[in-house]
Design a protein around this ligand. Structure first.
Ligand code: APR
Length: 243
C-alpha cells in the first residue's frame, strides 16, 4: 500500500469556543471588547506594559478555570494523530493549551503560548501560570521589566513558519478548523496548498471563512460535532485525492 499521505491541520479560536474560551471576531469576541492596538502590538507593550500584562493575566487566569477543558474536537484531532498511519502536524493559531491537554503532540503554536513567558533581556523562555507584572524579575537573569507573554503580537513574526511551509509543501490533506481566515500568514496556507495542486483541502467552521471558496470542501457546523465525524471519515475512507 502506498505510504499514507501526511496531513496538516490549522486550528483557530473556533475550536476552543465550546470549551468556554472567547473567539476574536465573533460579535461577542475579544476584539469587540478591547482594541488590538491597546493590547496586542509591540507598540502597546512599550507604551503601557501594565495594560498589556493585565490583558494576558486575565486570559491566563481564564485558561486555568477548571471548567475550561479540551472538547470533543480537540480530542478527535489527538485521536487522528495517534491512529493515522502517516504524519499529522497540528498548527494552531491558538495560545491556549487545550490541544496538548487533549493529547496532541506534533504541534506548532504559531502565535505563541499563553502559559509561557520570556525575558526580553536574556531570551529565557519558561512555563508561567501566575500573573506577570512589569516588576516581575526574570528568574534567570534577575532583571525586571523585560518579562513578556510568549505571544506573537501583530507585526511580529509567527513561530515555526519554515517547518510549517515544509509540511504544507508535501501534505496530501490540508484541514482548516475554527478560523475566520482574516489573519496572515495562516489565512494564506490554503492558497499555498492549492497552488501545488497535490492536496485535498477542507474547511470545517461554524460559518464560511474569508477563504471558504478556496477550499475543495467546506463542512459547516459546531466543531464538537463536525470534527469527530470528519476524523472518523478520514480514518475509515482515507484522504480524498486532490481535485
Ligand atoms: N465551531 C467551529 N467554528 C466556530 C465555532 C464553533 N463552535 N464558534 C466560532 N467559530 C468560528 C467563527 O465562525 C470564526 O470563523 O471560528 C472562527 C473564529 O475566528 P476568529 O475569532 O477570527 O479567530 P481566529 O481565526 O483564530 O483569529 C486568528 O487573529 O486576533 C488574532 O492572534 C489572533 O490567533 C488569532 C488570529
Amino acid at each position: 500500500m502506498s505510504e499514507a499521505p501526511s496531513i496538516v491541520i490549522l486550528t483557530g479560536a473556533g475550536i476552543s469556543k465550546e470549551s468556554g474560551l472567547d473567539t476574536f471576531r465573533d460579535s461577542d469576541g475579544i476584539w469587540a471588547k478591547v482594541r488590538i492596538e491597546d493590547v496586542a502590538t509591540p507598540e502597546a507593550f512599550a507604551r503601557n506594559p501594565s495594560r498589556v500584562q493585565e490583558f494576558y493575566n486575565a486570559r491566563r487566569a481564564g485558561l486555568k478555570d477548571p471548567k475550561v477543558v479540551p472538547n470533543a474536537a480537540h480530542e478527535a484531532l489527538a485521536r487522528l494523530e495517534r491512529e493515522w498511519p502517516g504524519e499529522v502536524l497540528l498548527v494552531t493559531q491558538n495560545i491556549d493549551d487545550l490541544h496538548e491537554r487533549a493529547g496532541s503532540k506534533n504541534l506548532i503554536h504559531m502565535h505563541g503560548e499563553l502559559l509561557k513567558v520570556r525575558c526580553e533581556y536574556c531570551d529565557a523562555l519558561m512555563r508561567w501560570e501566575e500573573p506577570l507584572s512589569t516588576s516581575t524579575p526574570c528568574p534567570h537573569c534577575g532583571r525586571k521589566s523585560g518579562m513578556r507573554p510568549h505571544v506573537v503580537w501583530f507585526g511580529e513574526m509567527p513561530i515555526g513558519m519554515d517547518a510549517i511551509y515544509e509540511k504544507l509543501d508535501t501534505c496530501g490533506l490540508f484541514v482548516s478548523i475554527g478560523t475566520s481566515g482574516n489573519v496572515y500568514p495562516a489565512a494564506g496556507f490554503v492558497q499555498h496548498v492549492r497552488y501545488r495542486g497535490l492536496a485535498h483541502s477542507v474547511e470545517l467552521n461554524l460559518e464560511p471563512s474569508q477563504g471558504a471558496t478556496l477550499f475543495a470542501e467546506v463542512i459547516l457546523g459546531p466543531a464538537t460535532e463536525i470534527v469527530p465525524a470528519f476524523v472518523d471519515r478520514i480514518l475509515t475512507d482515507g484522504v480524498p485525492t486532490a481535485v
